[in-house]
Design a binder for this molecule. Sequence first.
Ligand code: ZN
Length: 201
Amino acid sequence: MPSMTGGGRPEPYDPVRTPTSDMGVLAETFWRLPGVLRGDHPSSTFAAVGRFAERIVAPQPLSPPHGLDSPIGRVYELGGSVLLLGVGHDANTTMHLVEDLAGVPYRGEHWALVSHGDGVRKVTISEPDHCCQGFDAADDWLGDAQRLGTVGNAQARLFSAADLVRVGVPRVTADPTVLLCRQGSGCMECDVAHASIVSTG
Ligand SMILES: [Zn+2]
């Protein structure tokens, strides 16, 4: 379950204290449940329960937060599935794994505070960053590989992470900015992503 704090907070990340940010009531409730483990990434945090929980939320590199060596990458390598519960693919973090595997050229940076010995350290996290509306393309890309249904009042989408990687990586490799809004179309976040390509060559 995503348990992101978003970083940029005035106090260092603490897995048993720091609330989620902009994740909704399910994610905020989940990590506080008994038996749930929460990872140590100070912004792109995940929480997990069950047989593979310890492996999924084991320590990971700060950057990129959603590569193969991350909770998202580990779920993919374990043959896991993704359930989008009441959200669309714009909230599908496994699309960041697709971007990482395809080697997209855009990057954004944000910071977070972490505890370091007796003190506090400011760290920079670098990752493909944008508005993520373009992730909605995954509805078409997955086609019949995605099951649609309802859970309570929520629209739900279920698919295997392997299927998403299989249909997504070739498309993003062929067109590395396919997931961004068109440059100058009014999306500031995607304009910044486009600009990061120019500035990093
Ligand atoms: Zn955009």
